[in-house]
Design a protein around this ligand. Structure first.
Ligand SMILES: N[C@@H](CCC(=O)N[C@@H](CS)C(=O)NCC(=O)O)C(=O)O
Length: 310
């Protein structure tokens, strides 16, 4: 079997990874599946990401896409059909789902933890110190449960109203990013045997048909791959050419070629260093020269990341 062009670095329980796995399902793609640990250290991923610590990460040769809002547009550019954006302008769909995920993420975790109980100590410490900067233990989240549950229920009621005209997917007849970004939040809450309790709390009965339809999109054709093999793929490849440009010099005072850091502005605020290649309306590209894997381009969405001169 030949090595797939597209490689996803992910772990089974990651909801954001599930969003991408379903996108690969919509497109029916073959992909290399590299399983990573649920928390750092991830020594075989770091050479590719320069320390960006969130999951999932998509690799296409020596191009590394960090964040689902860079990953989905990249899949769309590489394999335009079937589109991930039916019924929506791509930028609108990305913008709306970005806002939705940010607004609901901690509330969704609060509802999940309410039913899941306490997670392992080391996991809780990692999430508090290095990812969310919030204590997500059952004891710490529980006082906010009513507030979190109401926020989430208001959103699921909206979703039920949106689907009440009988449309199979949010954008109409075909599935797309709007479905994926709503579904993965429900997927987290309803996983691990919690579906019955969560469905009752949030009155999800009207959504169950849609939830099943989205899950049935599947994950395309994953092929297990080792992290070492993924590093070899990067080493053997050159990054795809990108036009060097800074389209927003008043906002980001760095010219292409200059050293910069790119840092998430919400969670896991680890700066990644490299040389600016391009920043335009929707994306940031930097180049890293790694002693192990040579030249790489790292791609980030504009929204949610801050660029600074290194
Ligand atoms: N905005 C990011 C969020 C990604 C994210 O928060 N992923 C979670 C897993 S679902 C994560 O990285 N958790 C910490 C970790 O796995 O180290 C995206 O769209 O990719």
């Amino acid at each position: 079997m030949s090595t797939p062009q597209i490689v996803l670095h992910h772990y089974a329980f990651s909801p954001y990874a599930e969003k991408v796995r379903l996108a690969l399902g919509i497109k029916g793609l073959a992909w290399g599946s590299v399983e990573v640990a649920m928390m750092p250290p991830r020594p075989l991923l770091d050479p590719l990401t320069g320390g960006y610590r969130r999951i999932p990460v998509l690799q296409v040769g020596a191009d590394i896409y960090c964040d689902t809002h860079a990953i989905l547009p990249a899949l769309e550019r590489l394999h335009p059909e079937p589109s991930l954006y039916p019924g929506f302008a791509p930028a609108l769909a990305e913008g709306l789902t970005y806002g939705l995920e940010r607004d609901l993420w901690l509330a969704v975790i609060g509802v999940t933890v309410h039913f899941a109980g306490d997670l392992p100590e080391a996991f809780l410490r990692d999430r508090k110190d290095d990812y969310l900067y919030v204590d997500i233990s059952h004891g710490a989240m529980e006082p906010d449960f009513a507030r979190n549950a109401q926020r989430v229920a208001a959103w699921t009621s909206w979703l039920a109203a949106a689907l009440s005209d009988g449309r199979p997917f949010l954008g109409g007849d075909r599935p797309g990013v709007a479905d994926l970004a709503h579904h993965h939040l429900l997927w987290l809450m309803r996983g691990g045997g919690r579906a019955g309790s969560v469905d009752r709390l949030l009155e999800l009965a009207p959504l169950l048909g849609w939830i099943e339809r989205v899950a049935a999109l599947g994950h395309g054709r994953p092929q297990a791959m080792t992290a070492e093999a993924a590093l070899e793929v990067a080493k053997a490849a050159e990054p795809a050419p990108v036009e060097a440009v800074n389209a927003v010099p008043d906002l980001i005072a760095a010219a292409p070629g200059e050293p910069v850091t790119v840092t998430p502005d919400d969670f896991a605020r680890v700066p990644v260093e490299g040389r600016l290649v391009a920043v335009d309306a929707s994306r940031i590209v930097i180049r890293r020269d790694d002693p192990q894997v040579r030249a790489l381009h790292l791609h980030f969405p504009r929204a949610g990341f801050t660029v600074a001169k290194a």
